[in-house]
Design a protein around this ligand. Sequence first.
Ligand SMILES: [Zn+2]
Length: 257
Amino acid sequence: MELKAAANGRRPPSTYASLAPFRDYFRGGLPLLTYHKLGPRPPRVRLKGLYVGEKLFARQLAELRQAGYRSCDFGALALDVTQPQGRIGISFDDGYVNALKYGLGPLAEHGFQALQYIVSDRIGGGNEWDLPAGEAYEPLMDQAQLRDWLAAGHLIGSHTRSHARLPELSPAQAREEIAGSKKKLEDLFGVPVLHFCYPYGFWNERVRDLVIEAGYRTATTTDFGLNDGATSPYELRRITVRYASWGLRALRQRLFG
Ligand SMILES: [Zn+2]
């Protein structure tokens, strides 16, 4: 269904694996790509597609660069999402060690800057919030690794203190997750933390207002789409990057029967 629509040039797939089906679509606004984990996939992983291999990641950046894309200016996002054509945002959720280990090389080679959304109380820990659903444990960057990330010219944003489901919290708890994580990251690393990402994409107007109150300039959702002058900077849309095992098989089947 998705592949058919993409071939007609009307609607791209709901997740990103390569530029080709998105070439025309990306002309409609600013795309923000969402990565999670890079490199080899450990055994017993539930969401396998969220591990993008190092070679595939490098290939994706290479083709974006060859098509003339450059990193968007995250600092300007809140003021104007209608940046010049050919800009793209590369972001990572959660702050995994593997994003540092396998990401820094390809990002440097192809000249892209990336924004990593950090869970401030889990620095040096792991994705405990994923474990009840049966997901595999994956270590998160510690302070020294986050300093390496920043020293390489990349950015950090906040993803709350504990990867919280914000709409379920009291106003005081939600404020602590949103404003408290910003303060902690700024105190630890001495950089402004201007960008926020709603864990699980869960937000409501009350949560959004707390993000604005805390002084963030943007907040990203998990809603699919591009961003333009009509998009609220606190409801930015993103496109998830996935290892397209199923998509490739389906495509081959369509082409070769
Ligand atoms: Zn997350």
